[in-house]
Design a protein around this ligand. Sequence first.
Ligand SMILES: Cc1cc2nc3c(=O)[nH]c(=O)nc-3n(C[C@H](O)[C@H](O)[C@H](O)COP(=O)(O)O)c2cc1C
Length: 354
Amino acid sequence: METALTRLVGVRHPIVQTGMGWVAGPRLVSASAEAGALGILASATMTLDRLRDAVREVKSRTQEPFGVNLRADAGDAGDRVRIIVDEGVRVASFALAPSPELIAELKEAGVVVIPSVGARRHAEKVAAWGADAVIVQGGEGGGHTGEVATTVLLPQVVDAVGIPVVAAGGFHDGRGLVAALAYGAAGVAMGTRFLLTSDSTVPDAVKARYLAATVKDVTVTRAVDGLPHRMLRTELVDALEHAGRTKALLQAARRAAGFRRLSGLTWRRMVQDGLAMKHGKDLTWSQVLLAANTPMLLKSAMVDGRTDLGVMASGQVAGVIDDLPSCAELVERIMKEAAEVRERLNPSPSNPSP
Ligand SMILES: Cc1cc2nc3c(=O)[nH]c(=O)nc-3n(C[C@H](O)[C@H](O)[C@H](O)COP(=O)(O)O)c2cc1C
């Protein structure tokens, strides 16, 4: 199926596997790319050396195009952009709006720039700055998320910008893809659905928690990092929501120190990143500290398999997913169902609708 997205990035199907910290590593990304989707590596939780190695590993596993997701407000975003350019990565994906300078640098080097946004005005801003496309995430999506549902936000953004819009938040099947196309999107981007594949390296015990979740087990909380964050409701989330301010901050400081060691960031860099976050989002210092805490909580679940200690970021869609196909099976299934739905909506004379 050809759309503005497939033409822009050179993939076979209008499907994106999004960048998810600790989840979207070389194995998942190369499997998505081989399946004909756009796989995106999550780099915010990687050191610069690890990012370069991960990019090379993907390149050794597939010839297909892929992307790298980074935080535009990270102090070393410039270094990450240079790795993307040097290694010939096709797509740069951003968790927050990148600066016009970063967009220009990437575009000059021939890299396609696709920021993720959660509001119309952010989409308008990055489009005006030269982004090639946007991923727009509705409130039902996993991870940091907004309040407006995909069904309202998506057409609003499609009407507001002249660049291809990729729909995210709540997608998992072929019906969803056709619905997104009907709204005017150029494809769908999925996080939770790709996390729940046999190619994802997330430990089995954690995947089992997602599969067992109902729609009501997925919640939005600010208790983890001060920002609305969609995840599975667990005992940890309940405990964080009920912990006193001081206790929560002390725990956050300890985990932030752990993340500093793991990510190779200096304290200076962490403070610089914190300042950038604070400036961009009007956060208090305690919220900034809590935000630095998030990567460690995600890692406890996604890498160490600690369902008791970790944060399991998740879209509401986890409540309707109950299997673990390979990326190839998933993409094939979605495209087959999309073709059937389109046929049903617009039957050929030899196959009239019921
Ligand atoms: C476990 C997890 C980790 C995530 N980490 C990131 C990230 O590092 N950067 C980012 O831009 N988005 C991140 N997201 C958001 C996803 O990229 C995507 O926009 C979202 O999952 C789409 O909604 P869906 O889960 O309903 O498909 C994460 C989502 C999940 C579920």
